[in-house]
Design a protein around this ligand. Sequence first.
Ligand SMILES: [Zn+2]
Length: 140
Amino acid sequence: MKLRLTKHFEFQMAHALTGYDGKCQNIHGHNYKLLVTVEGTPIADSHSAKQGMVMDFGTLKELVEEVIINKVDHALVVNKHSTFATLKDTKLLTVPFQPTSENLLLWFAEMLGDHLQGDVHLHALRLYETDSSCAELICD
Ligand SMILES: [Zn+2]
């Protein structure tokens, strides 16, 4: 039997889409919402205090905050070819891709990488750029 857990995270991040033919070429920010869904088999050991858990929600929270949220929260993320890539005195992250929601999801999945242990694996990531715009990555 497989079960899935989802935890919600929020962070503020600025980005700019290099060469984009619209207002998103300018530096602007979003209140992103990230939903992380993992899948695994519940702990069967009836003597374990965690019997029935796929993963401790607290462990999932710490992991995602450590490897993703702390890195991108209040950062400016731009393509390495952007004219903004040389800005100083800011939390600047330059990436080899256009920082769209879709690409950010692939990047976040890569960040989580092998951090999930045992038979627990990443099932999906959903990223809300606004309340009405969401990108989704299904990993299996
Ligand atoms: Zn944007």
